[in-house]
Design a protein around this ligand. Structure first.
Ligand code: BTN
Length: 264
């Protein structure tokens, strides 16, 4: 039996009850696309779009985010960079930490973030984050950031399609509804967005890291590399030490643990 997404319940569970402008949809192509259209209009900071199902959920690097009805949280938050203290370049990391804070209280296993921002529980990807800026076309800073969070709450393992059946999982939290999870994630996000300290944000992010001090592999400009993930710097970039001790700094892209592709 799926729980039902309820606007009033979610709002009443948040700490600042009149803060979020919450829109609940039964089904939508993508909450990020929907929120983008709202942000192009006059939707305010902290507008949140949540859908029970997405028919074209989007992930990073042009991938699909599997979003069946009733079993996940598919949500996009419109953030105005001038209303928050954290720089917009750090919002992906901020969302990862917010999700992990909540999951660490509701899961039996410790959540881990695979840089940049896939959240794993029990070696399965349970959450992906897609941040998209609006208004950067002319080289300016974005006037809005759409922060999309997809969390598999109770999606049965046998319905993930294709390659996802090996990679993806759900959090299956005990005795907590999607409404409560949404409220908790929104509260953590709001609190982190107003934190003054990048140092503290990055330290916390590093504590959740799945890859720090591990062997990783990745490709850059068409070339394959193997190295050790030695640090995440205050810009949120990954510092990798290659076999010849040279250091490389990655600001985007995707890495794999070890020399295989089992987590991609
Ligand atoms: C990834 O895994 O690469 C990121 C996945 C992000 C999925 C979320 S679900 C809510 C929002 N709407 C989308 O279309 N994508 C994001």
């Amino acid at each position: 039996m799926h729980d039902i997404l309820l606007k009033e319940q979610i709002l009443s569970l948040t700490k600042k009850q009149n803060f979020f402008n919450l829109i609940i949809l039964k089904t939508v192509n993508s909450t990020n696309s929907y929120a983008k259209e709202l942000a192009r209009g006059s939707s305010p900071h902290a507008t949140v779009v949540v859908a029970d199902e997405q028919t074209n959920g989007r992930g990073r690097l042009g991938r699909e985010f599997f979003s069946p009805e009733g079993t996940g949280i598919y949500m996009s938050i419109i953030l105005k960079p001038n209303e928050i203290k954290i720089p917009s370049s750090h919002l992906t990391i901020t969302a990862g930490v917010a999700v992990c804070r909540v999951l660490s209280n509701v899961c039996d296993s410790y959540p881990r973030i695979k840089w940049v921002n896939d959240v794993f529980v029990n070696e399965k990807k349970v959450c992906g984050i897609l941040a998209e800026g609006l208004g950067q076309e002319t080289g300016n800073n974005p006037h809005s950031v759409i922060l999309g969070i997809g969390l598999n709450v109770s999606t049965p393992s046998d319905i993930f399609p294709g390659k996802l059946s090996k990679l993806a999982g759900s959090v299956f939290p005990k005795s907590i509804s999607r409404n409560e999870l949404i409220a908790k994630i929104l509260d953590e996000l709001d609190s982190l967005c107003n934190s003054e300290s990048i140092d503290r944000l990055i330290s916390e992010y590093k504590r959740y890291s799945l890859i720090l001090n591990k062997n990783i592999s990745f490709t850059k400009d068409g070339k394959a590399y193997v190295g050790v993930a030695v640090d995440i710097n205050n810009e949120g970039n990954l510092v990798v030490e290659l076999d010849d001790k040279q250091k490389m700094i990655l600001s985007s892209g995707e890495v794999s643990l070890g020399s295989s592709n089992f987590l991609n």
